[in-house]
Design a protein around this ligand. Structure first.
Ligand code: LLP
Length: 409
């Protein structure tokens, strides 16, 4: 979390003390660092400057309009999975020629909207979907580019709920059917078979599963091309993880992808989500109550699993940082929990923590990806505010949802 650092006792986002934000914005709220976002984007741009590529940010990781606008300004494209995400990307200023439409269950109206808006590529995930795209393209008299998302059957070492590239997962077309599909592609006269796509899962820290997927895809490309077809796009998905301790080998990753797929007249599509936005944000929350039992201390904070569900849903670990640091330590098991009526509404359990009091503020780290985008109104709790820090100033980029609006539905 490079742009979140302590200066003395104070946790800073860039040059701004988080405590000063809590005086103006009601907790809980998401706080983003603009500099972190730009750094992450630049890392991709820098590594890909000599590669014929498109960097399509996966909007599912974060779809705040202001965030997506910054991503658009930086010239990135988008990977979208619904008409809502597609419209949001367009509204933010991302050109349709840089938008890839993914997803296993697109509806007719979503496909129609994507085709009418000249979406760069629709990644199809089944033979039935390809037939549907062909039919709709024919009615609209627009020849649509498609990619076929393959299921390479690899098993990355990540949470089972976020693996997507093994054969027991619903995603993609099995390898053995892809060759046949290309051979029959002349039956689908309203679409261009542009390329292949894979996305094997998320929060992957090792290079090996990507390498395996590349090998399998490369072999498939050779076989398909030996039948007279040309693979113009290879979409390598997203999936790289972020971790406090472990570092992903970025350089090696890009070299790997290049070595397998870079070719004149071929575009490599990247769909990063977490590595663009994950470490740019913290979730700031207030300690409501401290409840000490014989075995442990429960720290009840005002953020709940509805605001940030990764720990409850995947058992994900997100470090907790005090907004004001102190030297006094308390050695007893401490559990940070939310106010929701669910036992899984807990964020982190530690063996010790610094001395804290009711009314203090803490920050949950690395919440930028799949934080606000996966939040819900469970327990009739309004969506929380989001703010963006630029140097020593902040800007509200989403207001806390109005409670009246919520109770009138
Ligand atoms: N492309 C496709 C086709 C995807 O399905 C995904 C994520 C991405 C790109 C972006 O992946 P990333 O670079 O962010 O790993 N809610 C879960 C993650 C689900 C990811 C779903 N697909 C979490 O909080 O860990």
């Amino acid at each position: 979390m490079s742009h979140y650092q302590y200066q003395g006792e104070n946790l800073l986002c860039e040059d701004l003390e988080i405590e000063s934000i809590t005086n103006e914005i009601e907790t809980p709220f998401y706080c983003y660092s603009l500099r972190s976002l730009r750094d992450n984007i630049n890392k991709y741009k820098e590594n890909l400057k000599n590669t014929n590529s498109k960097i399509c940010f996966a909007l599912k990781a974060n779809s705040n309009l202001e965030i997506v606008k910054i991503i658009a300004e930086e010239g990135l494209g988008a990977d979208v999975v619904s008409i809502g995400e597609l419209q949001k990307a367009l509204r933010a200023g991302i050109s349709a020629k840089n938008i890839v439409f993914s997803g296993v269950g697109k509806t007719e109206s979503e496909i129609e909207f994507a085709i009418k808006n000249n979406c760069f590529q629709i990644n199809a995930e089944s033979i039935s979907e390809i037939k549907k795209i062909n039919e709709i393209s024919g009615n609209l008299n627009i020849k649509q580019n498609i990619g076929i998302r393959i299921n390479p059957d690899v098993r990355p070492d990540t949470h089972s709920k976020i693996t997507t590239g093994s054969i027991e997962n619903k995603f993609g077309v099995p390898i053995k059917d892809v060759k046949e599909l290309f051979i029959q592609s002349n039956l689908f006269e309203n679409i261009n078979f542009k390329g292949l796509a894979f996305h094997i899962g998320s929060q992957i820290m090792k290079l090996e599963p990507f390498e395996e997927a590349c090998k399998i895809t490369n072999q498939l490309i050779k076989e398909v091309e030996s039948n007279g077809f040309t693979i113009k796009t290879v979409d390598v998905g997203g999936g790289i993880g972020i971790d406090e301790n472990e570092k992903f080998q970025f350089k090696k990753y890009f070299n790997l992808i290049n070595s397998y797929f870079a070719k004149k007249d071929r575009t490599i599509i990247f769909e990063p989500g977490r590595t663009i936005i994950g470490n740019t944000s913290i979730l700031v929350s207030k300690i409501l109550y401290i409840k000490e039992t014989e075995d442990k201390i429960f720290v009840v904070i005002d953020a709940g699993m509805n605001d940030f569900m990764r720990p409850a849903l995947y058992g994900a670990t997100h470090e907790i940082l005090p907004i004001l640091q102190c030297d006094t330590k308390k050695n007893k098991v401490i559990e940070f929990v939310g106010p929701i009526c669910e036992t899984s509404d807990k964020f982190l359990t530690l063996d010790s923590f610094q001395k804290i009091n009711e009314g203090d503020f803490i920050a949950i780290s690395n919440t930028g990806a799949y934080g606000s985008s996966m939040s819900s109104n469970y327990n009739i709790r309004p969506n929380i505010a989001e703010i963006l820090v630029n140097k020593n100033k902040f800007l509200a980029i989403r207001k806390r949802q109005n409670l009246e609006e919520l109770i009138s539905e």
